[in-house]
Ligand binder design. Structure first.
Ligand code: SF4
Length: 382
């Protein structure tokens, strides 16, 4: 059954189609096929040179980093890159730079201690009621800022069927778990049959209430979200989808249409952005991103401080930058557009919210607070 887009109105016209760029001769049937997009991913320097004017730094970075963390860019996402500007926010997220080769003494291979808290391979169980379930290490685009660089893009470390089965058995047998986040890599790199096998097993558990899918396909390969996929997934509602837009440039007509289909089919959509130096460390850019997301019916959920993974220090901003961004959002736009700014604590401490300090003074039952415009107000407790 075809999934109709209901939201075909003036709002849609504000989103520009990505188009096909240098792939203009490719038939639509191929271009809109997620299998074709996966097969045609840019993985070599030769392919990259057809899409952009590669700089010497990017060339050297590719030669030195590709063994450790592969390059992979879908033609769709590549069309969003500026051909000539190496500082293009989309290009920075997908094309290697030599700054990746710098490993600081404070960098960590597994900054969130996800491997330590694995009772069985592929399941991180840190909080009693929630687990992270890793289902694949493949992604349409290998984001240069990925927190799981240690295993993402490495096919040798991908979850095999036996590992998935063991993970499912662990979740099925642990009645304290009520929330499962299906993650990766990008779980939508799996086929519909494999995903349905996983999700139907989870939905069959009486103790599982929340099923979340973490996927960047809405950003990097929206064609993956086919009508057949949506019709399969909606059988297992409620399903919550979290995605990862980092810049307004990624909010295309194609992404808008896909988000519209998902929202119309009853999925809740949230966004987890990562604060990245040179990409989105600017209050005006973040505000625009949040506004675009709201038009797409994607609720801004988190802005993450860039974590301590190895080789991504060039993306890190001071924590003050995140506070500045929240300060520029709260009160200056709708509350719905204000996500939580969090530091995912190194060593597995979980997400710690950081925000501007709105408490000026607190004495006994008297609180002096300041608002977004820095005006002070007093609140008296009974
Ligand atoms: S989609 Fe997610 S898991 Fe995959 S490379 Fe990007 S950040 Fe990493």
């Amino acid at each position: 059954m075809a999934v109709q887009i209901i939201t075909v109105n003036k709002v849609r016209e504000r989103f520009q189609p990505a188009g096909k760029g240098v792939w203009s001769s490719v038939p639509d049937s191929d271009w809109h096929s997620w299998i074709w997009q996966q097969q045609q991913r840019i993985k070599s320097m030769e392919q990259l040179e057809k899409a952009i004017n590669v700089t010497p730094d990017e060339r050297l970075a590719f030669e030195k980093s590709n063994e450790m963390f592969h390059m992979g860019i879908t033609p769709y996402y590549a069309t969003l890159m500026d051909k000539d500007d190496p500082n293009c926010p989309v290009r920075q997220q997908s094309v290697p730079k030599t700054s990746e080769l710098t490993i600081l003494a404070t960098d960590l291979e597994d900054p969130l201690a996800e491997e330590r808290d694995m009772p069985v391979p592929g399941v991180t169980h840190r909080y009693p009621d929630r687990v992270l379930f890793y289902t694949t290490h493949n992604c349409p685009v290998y984001c240069r800022h990925c927190t799981r660089k240690r295993k993402v893009s490495d096919p040798g470390s991908a979850a095999q069927l036996a590992q998935l089965e063991n993970g499912l058995k662990y979740i099925e047998g642990n009645k304290a778990i009520r929330d499962v986040i299906i993650s990766g890599g990008d779980p939508l790199s799996l086929g519909d049959d494999r995903l349905e096998w996983i999700i139907s097993r989870l939905r069959a558990c009486d103790h599982i209430e929340i099923i979340r899918l973490g996927s960047r396909n809405l950003v990097t390969l929206p064609f993956r979200i086919t009508d057949a996929f949506i019709n399969m997934l909606r059988k297992y509602h409620p399903i919550h989808i979290n995605t990862h837009f980092n810049h307004p440039k990624e909010c295309t007509r194609e992404a808008f249409d896909t988000a519209a289909k998902l929202a119309d089919a009853g999925f809740t959509l949230g966004n987890q952005a990562v604060l990245l130096k040179g990409v989105n460390d600017d209050p005006a850019i973040m505000k625009e991103l949040m506004h675009r997301l709201m038009l797409m019916r994607i609720r801004p959920y988190y802005i993450y401080q860039c974590d301590l993974s190895q080789g991504i220090s060039h993306f890190r901003t001071p924590i003050e930058k995140g506070i500045e961004i929240i300060e520029a959002l709260r009160g200056h736009t709708s509350g719905l557009c204000v996500p939580h700014f969090v530091v995912d604590a190194p060593g597995g401490g979980g997400k710690i919210p950081i925000m501007p300090n709105y408490v000026v003074k607190h004495e006994g039952k008297q609180w002096t607070l300041r608002n977004y415009a820095k005006k002070q107000y007093t609140y008296y407790e009974p």
